[in-house]
Write a protein that binds this ligand. Sequence first.
Ligand code: AMP
Ligand code: MN
Ligand code: MN
Ligand code: MN
Length: 290
Amino acid sequence: MIPTLNADLHCHSVISDGTLTPEELAQRAKNNGVTLWALTDHDEIGGQARALAAAQAVGLDYLTGVEISVSFLDQTVHIVGLGFDADNAPLRQGLQRTRGGRAQRAHEMADGLALVGIHGAFEGALKYAGNHDLISRTHFARFLVETGVCKDTYEVFRKYLTDGKPGYVPHRWATLKEAVSWIREAGGLAVVAHPARYKFSANEEFALFTEFKGLGGQGVEVVTGSHSAAESATYADVALEFDLAASRGSDFHCPTESRTDLGDLPALPTQLTPIWSLLQDRIHKAPAAA
Ligand code: AMP
Ligand code: MN
Ligand code: MN
Ligand code: MN
């Protein structure tokens, strides 16, 4: 039996919409007792070399990671990739294409906000984006908190940045097939991120997992900062039903915003196959302590 370990395979740095650097995240993960870590920035692997070096410096085992934005049945679905070759050219090009259009979308979001009297949101959000190639709704949310429009980022999403609200702009991301293929062809495993967050009917969710499995997807996040205990139990059953391995990750973004800190999660249910047991040869082991 594989011993339980504190794996946190989902979080964000300043290279996407987190507020900590890869080095700060590695140190925080280490301090919190994480032993196996992956940085999974949105649509971007520009932080992977730094994350690996930082993991080695503090003594964490490391898996390469990314969280790809996908459009499926008119919703945005996130697919986490783990254990791929970060130098793989088709993966890099696919992610670059997925990032394209974010600036245009951000201008349209700012236009929508201006119509309800919130001005200067594009420039305001851009100020928070460590990577101007990756301006995200999270950066707008921080700007609206800074200017006192809302008390926290959750309120911003509820009132301004979700479907039907003034700052929401529908967007076409990668297809499920593209995301899974890029990850697989770069030698990694694809994982459906935080499935309880989507608003699919039972039939639509079945279609998502059926298509994902058919494309060669191999995992689902069962334990995440986005799931209640009941939701984790539901997706443990889905993992068994679709013969998928299970992943675990906080989805940590920021010390003052995120409700779940790095590594601060329940263990995976023991009847499931941990995704890292399929990735043993892809783990960059921490140098043995001196
Ligand atoms: P984007 O990729 O620009 O659409 O931004 C998506 C990001 O916004 C997610 O990765 C989360 O970090 C954040 N987010 C999405 N929905 C919510 C929500 N309801 N509450 C708080 N943050 C959210
Ligand atoms: Mn995010
Ligand atoms: Mn996500
Ligand atoms: Mn995430």
